[in-house]
Design a protein around this ligand. Sequence first.
Ligand SMILES: [Zn+2]
Length: 145
Amino acid sequence: MTASASGAGDPPWVLDLEGTGVSALPRVRAWAGKSLGHLSPDHLADVLMVVEELASNAYEHTSGPSCARLTVLPRPCVVVIEVEDPEHGRPEVRPPDFERARGRGMLLVDRLADDWGVHEHSGGKTVWARLGCGVPARESCESSR
Ligand SMILES: [Zn+2]
């Protein structure tokens, strides 16, 4: 395991985002990249886009995310991304025309993720997305490097 020396800790990786603003997005991306540095570049690139979109959505449509969490399931290689925020309500998947300012939004998540959804709980909601990388079961993409 390479994560412990990087300061990102052990899985599942959790980043506290309480009180942060949209300027924290590069930090969210850097944290995810560091935590998941063992994934193949293709898988990591998709995961980073989704992490950034989910966090960006939370900054834009709620009072901001409270935390982000990453879980890696190795066989087959699947990453679960979760972003929590303190508000209820489902993010909308809107046609690109209506996503003027920030581009692709949940439509991008919908396209990249194998599956995604919203889990509402008393403290708000968790928006999650699951991204596999299509490597055969019994292997993780880290072994293909
Ligand atoms: Zn993978």
